[in-house]
Structure formats: structure tokens, C-alpha cells
Design a protein around this ligand. Structure first.
Ligand SMILES: Nc1ncnc2c1ncn2[C@@H]1O[C@H](COP(=O)(O)OP(=O)(O)O)[C@@H](O)[C@H]1O
Ligand SMILES: [Mg+2]
Length: 393
């Protein structure tokens, strides 16, 4: 049985780290902790500051404010005038698309970081042999970079990242240029390798599926800030802010107004007049009659039925929908359905049933799966102004 991640020693810690480029705050008061054996992912849209955060970790970029700890020392702290150069930090890096040099063989690719440090030949040979053994590439020393499969390239890249015995491996969108099938395969292989070797990884991606699949914890970033940190399941089932809810997976959002609230059940009138009871997580700061709210449910929590009676235990919590488009995906169908409010929603339908475009269906909304959000908070979050607060010296 593996020791729980929380009991493991800290490897890397960011404390209120900020970094500006001119007037633009690329990294804004970022704080997180990475523990031994953990995969922590920075997830967010392009331009939100992921790469800059990673470059600050390894020392290719300096923090403007805050503090970075690695192993048992501070490696960057402008206020204390501390900055440890990248070559003295000994962190491992895996680059986008692995950056294997095709004209070099596996041995030379892996040995490369040591070559630049003028390490003794015998030590290089022993280290490369040991690390190739760990990643399962013993016997591939003389293979050229061009003769490697995708999986082998990934293992060479990881081996190269690990050759200087770092405590953390940094990976910046390593799968982003791979085709979809290879990407899925590499994801699973990386997870197996990471678990087997107990690697600590700071991973960066804009792909939420990748983040959910690979990570022990995810920090969702937006505009240089961390919006929420948690396990994938925690973030998916209990998002604290609209941005996290909408960035991770899909949700059906139904607009309505509160009718009343009693013993954990909030009754809501939807825009087309139908009344629905919700008892899932409550994201309302206070519940007052007539306040604008949103009922939110993950599509897979809805119960799809042809007749209204079968849809859900509480028949009144059933809304009508019409199938507008059916996409056959293989394992199931993706359907775009039209709701009573005219709203379109996407959901997956079982392959076994005979679905048709134009068909009327019923969507059961289990009360305990319906979250209630404050609609005002939602619109505030979507249009949140960027504040340029001068935090750096
Ligand atoms: N060296 C730089 N000079 C000026 N602006 C930069 C520099 N590096 C990054 N930025 C800006 O900082 C923001 C965050 O960039 P980046 O960390 O690369 O985001 P991400 O990796 O999440 O896409 C972007 O707006 C980017 O244009
Ligand atoms: Mg980037």
C-alpha cells in the first residue's frame, strides 16, 4: 500500500509568487505545494500563466515577488535577494513533443544533460544504464532517435529528464502535438511510469481531460491566478466558482428564480414556468424568494427516458426535450437536444435504443444532483475585470 500523498515530504512550494511583463501580470500571487510522488497539474486556457509558472520553478524566469522553495531551500525570493540558477537546481524537464534528437542515439539523448556538465565518462555510462533500466529501455542504447515509437520516445524524454537525479520533473504540454490516439496511449503509459518510479511531476496542460486523467491534484488557473486547487474528483463534483465548473466538463445550466427554500430543498421556477426541486450542493450565499438562480447538473447525472413516468423518482423533476441532432460516436450517441426554454444542450445517449432526430424525450433531474448557483455571481465571474494591482517591487 502506497503512503498517502499528504504524508510525503514537500518537494516544491510556491508562496505568493507573482511575475509581471510590463503592465501585464502573467502570474498573480500563485501558491501551491507539490509532494513527493504526486502529479500536480496547472490547468487553464492559453495565456493564463502556466508556462511562466513552470519557468519560474526551474529558474528560467525570475519571480517578481513571492518565494519558491525546492527541496529544503529557498531558490527564488526577490525580497531576500535569493536566486539559484537553473543548473544548480537540478530539476528535470520534459519538453513539448519530447524533443528527441533524431540523429543521436538513445544513449546520447539521455546522457545529454550530463555532457553539458562535463561529467566523467564512467559516471555517465553507469547513470545512463541505470536510468534506461528504470524506464525499461535497456538494450536500446544504440537505437537512433528516428527508430523509436511514440512510447519509446516518451521514455527516452523522461529518462533524460531524470538523469541528473532531480526531485521533480516538469512537463509543459508534452502531448500537445501528438495525434489523438497516441496522446491517449502516452497518457496511460506516463501514469504507469510515474506510479512505478514514484515520480513527482509538475504538469502543465490546457486539456481538461488530460488533467483529470493524470493528476493527483489540479490547480485551475485563470488570468495568472489559481482559482481552485483540488483532486480531479473534488474539482469536478464540487467546483467553487463558475469558471472551474465550466472549464472542467460540461454542465446543463437552467435559468430560474427561487420560489422557496425548506430543509435543504430549494424550489425553483424555471423560465418556462415549470417548478423543480433541488437538494444538491447549494452555491447560493443566501436564499431569498424570487432571487435569480441557476440549476446546474452534469449531463451524465440526468436520467433519459422516452416517457415522463420512467425518468426519475420525482416525476415533477422531469423536463421535456426534443432531439435535434444525433451524432453516432461508436460507443454511444452524442445528441443535441432542445429544452423547453429553447436552450440547446448536448448529452450522450445509449446506443442500444432507437433514437431519432425530432423525437421527444424526457430528462429526469434527480434533486440531489441539482446544484443551485447564484445567477448574479455567475455573470460577475464571466465578466470579472482584470485588476492590475501593483504587488511587485
Ligand atoms: N517573456 C515575456 N514577455 C512578455 N510577455 C510574456 C512573456 N512570457 C509570457 N508573457 C505573457 O504572459 C502571459 C502568460 O503566458 P504563459 O505563461 O506562456 O501562458 P500559458 O503557458 O498559460 O499559455 C501571456 O499573456 C503571455 O503573452
Ligand atoms: Mg504555455
Amino acid at each position: 500500500m502506497q503512503k498517502a500523498v499528504e504524508d510525503q515530504p514537500l518537494v516544491l512550494r510556491f508562496e505568493n509568487v507573482s511575475r509581471r511583463f510590463g503592465a501585464h501580470t502573467a502570474v498573480d500571487c500563485v501558491g501551491f505545494e507539490l509532494r513527493r510522488g504526486e502529479v500536480l497539474t496547472l490547468l487553464g486556457p492559453s495565456g493564463c500563466g502556466k508556462t511562466t509558472t513552470l519557468r519560474i520553478a526551474i529558474g528560467l524566469e525570475r519571480a517578481g515577488a513571492g518565494r519558491v522553495h525546492y527541496r529544503d531551500r529557498v531558490v527564488d525570493s526577490p525580497a531576500e535577494r535569493i536566486f539559484v540558477a537553473p543548473e544548480q537546481r537540478d530539476m528535470g524537464m520534459v519538453f513539448q513533443s519530447y524533443a528527441i534528437w533524431p540523429h543521436m542515439n538513445v544513449f546520447e539523448n539521455v546522457a545529454f544533460p550530463l555532457r553539458t556538465r562535463r561529467t566523467d565518462q564512467g559516471v555517465v555510462a553507469a547513470k545512463v544504464a541505470a536510468i534506461l533500466g528504470q524506464v525499461g529501455l535497456t538494450g536500446y542504447e544504440d537505437r537512433s532517435g528516428m527508430q523509436l515509437s511514440g512510447g519509446q520516445q516518451q521514455r527516452v524524454a523522461v529518462a533524460r529528464g531524470l538523469i541528473a537525479s532531480p526531485d521533480v520533473l516538469l512537463m509543459d504540454e508534452p502531448f500537445s502535438n501528438l495525434d489523438a490516439k497516441l496522446r491517449d496511449q502516452m497518457r496511460a503509459e506516463l501514469k504507469i511510469l510515474q506510479r512505478r518510479l514514484g515520480l513527482s511531476i509538475l504538469f502543465v496542460t490546457h486539456d481538461q481531460t488530460e488533467a483529470l486523467a493524470l493528476s493527483d491534484r489540479i490547480a485551475v488557473m485563470r488570468d495568472g491566478r489559481i482559482e481552485q486547487i483540488g483532486t480531479p474528483v473534488d474539482l469536478y463534483t464540487n467546483p467553487q466558482v463558475p469558471f472551474v465548473r465550466d472549464f472542467l466538463g460540461q454542465s446543463l445550466l437552467l435559468q430560474g428564480r427561487v420560489v422557496r427554500s425548506e430543509t435543504g430543498v430549494v424550489r425553483v421556477r424555471l423560465e418556462h414556468g415549470q417548478v423543480i426541486d433541488a437538494s444538491g450542493r447549494n452555491h447560493l450565499t443566501s436564499v431569498t424568494p424570487d432571487m435569480p438562480c441557476l440549476l446546474v447538473i452534469r449531463p451524465e447525472e440526468m436520467v433519459v427516458a422516452v416517457g415522463p413516468e420512467a425518468a426519475v423518482a420525482e416525476p415533477s423533476n422531469t423536463i421535456r426535450a426534443t432531439i435535434r441532432t444525433l451524432l453516432f460516436l461508436g460507443p454511444d450517441y452524442e445528441a443535441v437536444v432542445e429544452l423547453p426554454q429553447g436552450q440547446l444542450a448536448s448529452l450522450h445517449l445509449r446506443r442500444e435504443a432507437m433514437w431519432q432526430e425530432g423525437q421527444a424525450i424526457h430528462l429526469g433531474l434527480p434533486a440531489d444532483k441539482l446544484q443551485i448557483w447564484d445567477r448574479q455571481k455567475d455573470s460577475h465571474d464571466q465578466h470579472r475585470p482584470r485588476l492590475h494591482v501593483a504587488r511587485e517591487g
